[in-house]
Design a protein around this ligand. Sequence first.
Ligand SMILES: CC(C)(COP(=O)(O)OP(=O)(O)OC[C@H]1O[C@@H](n2cnc3c(N)ncnc32)[C@H](O)[C@@H]1OP(=O)(O)O)[C@@H](O)C(=O)NCCC(=O)NCCS
Length: 384
Amino acid sequence: MLASDEHAAAIATFNRQIWGDGATGEGVLASRRRSAADNVVAPGQAPPFVIVVEGTRVIAACGSIPQRLWDGVGEHPAYWVKGLMVLPEYRGGPLGYLVLKELLSHLVAATGRVTALAAAPAARRLFTALGCADLGAVPNFLRPLRPARIARRLDVAAIGLDLPRAVAMGVRVAQRSGLAYLAGVAGVALDCAAALGRRGAARVATTYSSEAPGRDELDAMWRGARGALAASQVRDGLYLLWRFGPEGGMEPDGNPYGFVTARDAGHLVGVVALRRPKAVSDPRLRGTRVATISDIVFPPERADIGLALLGGVERAARTAGADGILCSTGHRALVPLLRRQAYLRLPGNMHFFLRDVTDTARRWPSDLASWWLARGDDKEDGVL
Ligand SMILES: CC(C)(COP(=O)(O)OP(=O)(O)OC[C@H]1O[C@@H](n2cnc3c(N)ncnc32)[C@H](O)[C@@H]1OP(=O)(O)O)[C@@H](O)C(=O)NCCC(=O)NCCS
């Protein structure tokens, strides 16, 4: 069923069981009210959230995030699917299918357009079974800043990058036999290559700040960038501030985002929302500190701006003590810039799904190289 305010306490119990956090009924209610107020698709309404209830207990749930999609010409309302989850003891039954089917029926009725990012094979099977097109895995790019530290610490098998078994084993052998120090030598080479690759970007000035640029400036920047984009989430001031700004980006430990901005003759022409490396990183990274390019916006035809932004990102990430920088994209304009900046391509783990039952369906490209996606879309930048 669609959850309503009266289910807040049961949803909090479900969240505590899944995340082991201190979720409360009041907290769930407050977050429902906030997301209703911020809803860009149906202002004032809480985004659809479907639960499966046994007795009074929530045993499966799936939520949604309202958004706007850009098709190169105009904006269209859509929903991200977020947080598909079945209690462990109920997995392998019909619940995942049921909860997702019910949620999709509400999202399709509301906007006709649904997007999702999903990594787990079980979730991917369910999205496909329920009529969402799998456009493939969004590639991950890692820029090693301290390659020796990464090589020693990374748990390659557990990180979920779908590395071929032989490659993962090879890395573990290298880690055990101390070959990782060679990565230090490689690091110097990567840094030189990145600096050379940024020649020509010098005209564009970048800064790094924990303060987000203003909404009007971000709107103007988005208008300057979107013309050459065939498919993307709308990344204007409203979205970027809602998602990464002082209130929107706030998490229990504070706001993890800083902003690299690029200016040309004083005008904002590009921005990166950079997620600072966490003090305590994901266990799969075993202490490696990876900063994440959660979002990046610039006119894709302006390689000089993209390179200047990546230079600013590198400086900010080093200052924050990061061992590496992660960027997830398959876009044909951004991938070559990442390569020039010595980012190494790793197999992607996050698949992008799309379902559109409206007359815009035929406007969407079916290749990821045409989609401007970012790690922070669907709030997937907190996990790696
Ligand atoms: C991902 C997750 C929600 C899947 O839920 P689940 O209920 O365990 O779903 P399963 O993949 O086991 O599929 C269960 C059943 O769904 C039903 N099902 C799947 N595809 C179906 C289809 N095309 N038609 C009808 N039923 C289908 C089947 O009964 C299937 O069982 P079977 O594969 O043994 O025949 C659950 O594993 C989970 O909560 N994982 C942790 C969180 C997570 O990774 N979430 C994904 C975030 S994107």
